[in-house]
Design a protein around this ligand. Structure first.
Ligand code: Z5A
Length: 207
């Protein structure tokens, strides 16, 4: 008998929005419904993609925006082929901390690369794969940056100025407006308990 394909749930948003925190919550919630869940992140998720992540986040050398974009997609192809697709095909749900929207937000709006360039790479790499639900955890960048600064050393993206983070935020919101059936925006500036209530409502309604 053919197994039903799993559901692909993506968490997006700026720094310190709480994506890692809520990815764990969503995994636990799905498991409590008897679902099998694979929890993963981008860039990363496979040994190859995790090596690329190191270069992308910790690298100190100058990196042209186009190189950054292509490395994101190089990691993504490995992630999709070796982890995401096999998990979905075997009926498991996949909860992913960041996916292709982050490329539009950071490399597109943030670094100024053309959208057509990103969508060409998206078509080639995703081959029609689309998340069933994209949760955009939205908050003013100053609030998010203050949260992550408390934990010390910053990566290449966290060191970008506020104007960059503001363009990133706007792009997530723009993309959410374009596809309201698959995207939900959650106010992540609220206290944790309030975010939890809003998130639970979305999960119960959409999944
Ligand atoms: N990137 C890209 O440029 N292009 C791409 O295509 C992809 C990624 C896929 C990955 O870094 C970087 O890669 C990312 C974009 C770029 N940029 N950065 N930086 P990452 O995975 O290391 O970082 P991140 O995705 O931004 O995650 P983060 O900084 O760890 O934030 P988070 O996961 O959203 O938040 P958190 O770790 O759950 O929470 C942060 C802290 O805030 C923590 O102490 C929480 O307890 C606290 N928190 C969370 N929510 C609340 C509320 N509501 N109230 C109070 N405190 C809270």
């Amino acid at each position: 008998m053919r197994r039903k394909r799993g559901r692909f749930i993506v968490l997006e948003g700026g720094e310190g929005a709480g994506k890692s925190t809520w990815a764990v919550f969503i995994r636990d919630w799905l498991q409590s419904q008897g679902r099998k869940v694979v929890s993963t992140r981008e860039p990363g998720g496979t040994p190859l993609a995790e090596s690329i992540r190191k270069v992308l986040l910790e690298g100190r050398d100058h990196m042209p925006a186009e190189s950054e974009l292509m490395l994101m997609f190089a990691a993504r192809v490995s992630h999709i082929k070796d982890l995401i697709e096999p998990a979905l095909m075997s009926g498991q749900d996949v909860v992913c901390d960041r996916f292709v929207d982050s490329s539009y937000a950071y490399q597109g709006a943030g670094r100024g690369l053309r959208r057509e360039l990103i969508s060409a790479l998206e078509r080639m790499s995703l081959q029609g794969l689309k998340p069933d639900l994209v949760l955009v955890f939205d908050l003013p960048p100053v609030v998010g940056l203050a949260r992550v600064q408390r934990r010390g050393a910053q990566d290449r993206f966290e060191r970008e100025p506020l104007a960059f983070q503001t363009r990133v935020r706007r792009e997530f919101l723009r993309r959410a407006r374009l596809a309201p059936r698959r995207y939900r925006v959650i106010d992540a500036s609220q206290p944790l308990e309030k975010v939890r209530v809003d998130l639970l409502k979305v999960l119960e309604k959409t999944l």
